[in-house]
Design a binder for this molecule. Structure first.
Ligand code: NAD
Length: 312
């Protein structure tokens, strides 16, 4: 690993810039390098962000190039095209963003980057898989943001319905970051109780189907209104960076390569992962219901199919 507290962000559009801002708020990043094919944009964001360090925490922020990413502890990839409209699914973005991902991974390999590579560009599971196979890094250090964001949305929705802090809600979204994702309701807990028991005691009606629909529909609903999503993904990526820099061993829902866990292998999708300094250090196997198990395999099949078509 290189500079322990250097982070590079490749792609400084809405997601990349917001992630940079979220990272500066953590106070854990000492050096932040912004890389973008639109150099002026990277420079403008770096100048604006650098001014914020006088008010947040000291950090050196600059617009750089791949040589600056060589010794970073973490590289975040948010480069590429986002959904142009609410009708364009994440999987439709695949062609353009596969090309961009391969180019970036090649550049990082050429400079000898050896830290953790965090993928945010969509379709994130497929691109994390492509990045991992094109990169000399071990799969544990190539991580997709996966359903970290969707899980945050789920917890926030459940918490709002129950008038609770989302941090008191433990419910996970597994599978694709996209339409085939599933909620592991069988292990979902609110305030330490099974979610349905909590709902009954609190007199709150929790409708699982409607809640999952709201989570799945969140990105299109936001894109329709403001053109993109950026704040929650920025917070999710900053959380992931903290986990790695602080070697936290927190359990996060991120997209990782399965190697037999959940009866799947050679596919990237989200499951609960222990995340620390080495990236994904362990995969937790939840005790899923038969319907959840079937849903997860359907999601794996969809992702494997896209990855196969893209690699062809
Ligand atoms: P954006 O258009 O605002 O920014 C993309 C940036 O990437 C631009 O600045 C562009 O110049 C740059 N870029 C393009 N090709 C590049 C290359 N080869 N090298 C370096 N930089 C390059 O888009 P955005 O709204 O920031 O979204 C970025 C990506 O993040 C999209 O794919 C979007 O779908 C994805 N996203 C993912 C999640 C998630 O949960 N994983 C959430 C929101 C958005």
């Amino acid at each position: 690993m290189g500079h322990t507290h250097r982070v590079a962000i490749i792609g400084c559009g809405r997601v990349g810039a917001t992630t940079a801002f979220a990272l500066l708020h953590t106070g854990q990043v000492e050096e932040l390098v912004l890389i973008d094919t639109d150099r002026a944009r990277a420079e403008g964001e770096a100048m604006d962000l650098a001014h914020a360090t006088a008010l947040l925490a000291p950090a050196r922020v600059w617009a750089g190039d791949y040589a600056d990413a060589a010794s970073a502890a973490i590289v975040i990839v948010a480069a590429g095209r986002a959904s142009a409209s609410r009708d364009e699914s994440r999987l439709q973005l695949v062609g353009d963003n596969v090309r961009i991902t391969r180019q970036i991974v090649g550049e990082l390999a050429a400079v000898g980057f050896s830290g953790c590579l965090l993928m945010a560009t969509n379709p994130v599971d497929v691109l994390a898989q492509i990045a991992a196979s094109a990169s000399p890094l071990p799969a544990a250090r190539v991580i997709g943001s996966g359903t970290l964001l969707d899980t945050a949305r789920l917890r926030q929705l459940l918490a709002t319905a129950c008038a609770l802090d989302p941090r008191s809600v433990h419910a996970h979204i597994l599978g694709e970051h996209g339409d085939s994702e599933i909620v592991a309701w069988s292990s979902a807990a609110i305030a330490g109780m099974p979610w349905a028991a909590f709902g009954a005691q609190a007199g709150v009606e929790l409708a699982p189907e409607a809640i999952l629909d709201s989570v799945r529909g969140a990105a299109p609903a936001i894109i329709e209104r403001k053109g993109a999503t950026n704040f929650a993904i920025g917070a999710a990526l900053a959380r992931l960076v903290s986990c790695i820099l602080r070697d936290e061993h927190s359990v996060l829902m991120v997209s990782t390569r399965l190697a037999g866990e959940y009866g799947e292998r050679d596919v990237y999708l989200s499951v609960p992962c222990v995340v620390g300094g080495g990236g994904v250090e362990r995969i937790i196997e939840l005790d899923l219901s038969p319907a959840e198990w079937a849903g997860l395999h359907r999601s794996a099949e969809i992702l494997r199919d896209v990855a196969r078509r893209v690699a062809a």
